[in-house]
Design a protein around this ligand. Structure first.
Ligand SMILES: [Zn+2]
Length: 312
């Protein structure tokens, strides 16, 4: 057992540059040989209608210049072929079949690991965060979307890149249209963005899900109704996950997890009620917060170097 300490450490090893590519910004930090992650800087994600993948590659190459690191780790959203280092599809950023690993190697000369953002964040929670010590565990990220990172029998499970799409579980066939085109997906009701949108549809005004939660505590009827619907949808989603996989623990991360006990308290209670005699996983709050993806990118880069060493 490692005692809790701050700041966190990945342990001694190679120095790598970690980049977490999000819909709005790139989070960048250097992991030192001592295993400590330097401060994370954010720059806007470059958007391009015609060459969205290449624009991101160019931005990362510019950020990597001047870092004397051994490797580069990059997490990207959407559907990702981690083994091939290809971003297959990102609805939010608009790319298809971008060979990120090859393009970044050509641009930087650095060995590059490409990882899926949610899986990488889950892996980081498993190595140094709240999922540590569990053999069967799901890390559920509730932010702009909702997705799960699964670890079964102690190994990451990716379903060839397609597993973990918990947010697109239909929880209400008559519910709102989701950006995937279906109706009533979990993330169309309970993601941070959906909570704000649905509160506004009821006449409320709020800039973020946290603000809606403040209104819930003030007894605002529209906020309470929106929040209760989101909780019910999340209970359904986590109940399906529990029935199917029976994880020892479900770790909840992403922007909505910033609500802490205001989310986990009622969610845990209602999940226990919904499960009846079925398996009830431990519900825990993610520990790495907004840094999980960047840590995940760093681990992916280090794993790449370790694999190379073992093959030499
Ligand atoms: Zn959907």
């Amino acid at each position: 057992m490692t005692p809790a300490r701050s700041p966190r450490s990945a342990g001694p090893g190679s120095s790598v540059l970690a980049v977490d590519v999000g819909g709005t910004d790139l989070k960048v930090a250097e992991l030192g040989r001592d295993g400590r992650l330097g401060s994370i800087t954010r720059t806007p994600t470059p958007l391009s209608d015609t060459r969205p993948g290449e624009a991101v590659v160019e931005a990362i190459a510019a950020l990597a210049a001047g870092h004397g690191v051994d490797a580069l780790g990059v997490t990207v959203p959407g559907l990702v072929d981690e083994a091939a280092g290809v971003g297959i599809r990102s609805t939010n950023l608009g790319w298809r079949d971008v060979p990120f690993r090859r393009l970044l190697f050509e641009a930087t000369g650095l060995p590059t690991a490409i990882a899926h953002d949610v899986r990488a964040a889950g892996e980081a929670e498993y190595r140094i965060g709240a999922a540590r010590g569990f053999t069967d565990v799901a890390v559920v990220t509730i932010g702009t979307g909702i997705a799960a990172s699964l670890r079964l029998n102690g190994r990451p499970y990716s379903g060839r890149g397609a597993a973990g799409e918990l947010g697109h579980t239909v929880v209400d066939p008559d519910g709102p249209t989701c950006r995937c085109g279906n109706r009533g997906c979990l993330e169309a009701i309970a993601s941070a963005g959906a909570i704000v949108r649905r509160y506004r549809e009821r006449g409320g005004t709020a800039d973020g899900a946290a603000e809606v939660l403040v209104r819930v505590k003030q007894g605002d009827a529209a906020a309470v109704a929106t929040w209760q619907e989101a909780l019910s949808a999340l209970v359904t989603g986590l109940s399906v996950l529990s029935s199917l996989v029976a994880p020892e623990a479900i770790v909840v991360g992403g922007g909505l997890s910033e609500a802490g006990d205001d989310l986990l308290g009622p969610l845990g209670q209602r999940l226990r009620e919904a499960r009846g005699t079925g398996h009830v996983p431990v519900l825990a709050r993610a520990q790495l917060g907004q840094d999980a993806g960047t840590w995940g990118a760093a681990f992916a880069a280090r794993d790449l170097l370790t694999a190379r060493t073992n093959h030499d």
